[in-house]
Design a protein around this ligand. Structure first.
Ligand code: SAM
Length: 238
């Protein structure tokens, strides 16, 4: 999942699709500071290629990342050699320290697929928060808002490389969906095709809120999230 081939083209695809990581990081910092004015340290879980982290580091004195995919982590490390980036699974990680804020963005939590893994990840993130620390999770689609058999695609070009991305998402059952994504990458030397198929969890709002509560966080759901599925913002009470 999120193999080297995908990691290599990830930034190009989302930059050209208009995803504004800088603006999202500024909004995250504002949401965190509204709840924890003195927040100085932040961990971005499932940081991917480090795009949020690059900008979050402008708002927080200490900014670290955590990511499972070696390919994504390799891109992030090349981009952010001055930051600490951990190779770890968000369901089981233990970094031996705490942060004033933790973020987990762009539906990464959905890739855990199963409700007990989602709960475990929220618990691990909350365990790494200082008292009063803020946990921000951007979910994937809930069962109610998921659109079955959704097809999307685009072609993007930059610096002599053209990438075509086509995806199809379909419901597997009440709690799971499958996303199949195909890429064709062309430059002056090659044209290559690869694909990935991900199973994602369709977690309801009640399931997410229960995970925050079980982890000792007071949470609210913000409808206007950066990408569509909304945003959970929790504060660790103890
Ligand atoms: C859609 S990408 C989002 C990446 C990044 N947060 C962003 O906004 O661009 C989902 C990320 O979740 C990571 N991921 C999936 N399962 C994970 C796990 N169990 N632990 C840590 N990272 C995981 C993937 O490797 C991938 O980088």
């Amino acid at each position: 999942m999120f193999d080297h081939q995908l990691a290599e083209v990830y930034d190009l695809v989302y930059r050209r699709r208009g995803k504004d990581y800088r603006a999202e990081a500024a909004e995250l910092a504002a949401a965190i500071r509204a709840r924890r004015p003195g927040a100085a340290s932040l961990l971005d879980v499932a940081c991917g290629t480090g795009e949020h982290l690059a900008h979050l580091a402008e708002h927080f004195t200490e900014a670290e990342g955590l990511e499972l995919s070696r390919g994504m982590l390799g891109v992030a490390r090349a981009k952010l050699p001055h930051l600490t980036l951990h190779a770890a699974d968000m369901c089981t990680f233990d970094l031996g320290r705490r942060f004033d804020a933790i973020t987990c963005m762009f539906s990464s939590i959905g890739y855990l697929a199963e409700r007990d893994r989602m709960h475990a990840a929220v618990a691990r993130m909350a365990a790494h928060l200082t008292p009063g620390g803020v946990l921000v999770i951007e979910p994937w689609w809930s069962p109610e808002r998921f659109i079955d058999k959704y097809v999307s695609g685009e072609a993007v070009s930059d610096a002599g490389v053209t990438v075509t991305r086509v995806s199809r998402t379909r419901r597997l059952d009440d709690a799971h969906a499958e996303m199949e994504v195909h890429f064709v990458v062309a430059d002056s030397a090659r044209i290559e095709h690869f694909s990935e198929t991900h199973v994602l969890g369709l977690f309801s709002r009640a399931e997410h809120m229960a995970a925050f509560a079980d982890a000792g966080c007071d949470a609210e759901f913000v409808e206007e999230g950066p990408s569509g599925p909304g945003l959970y913002v929790g504060v660790r009470t103890g």
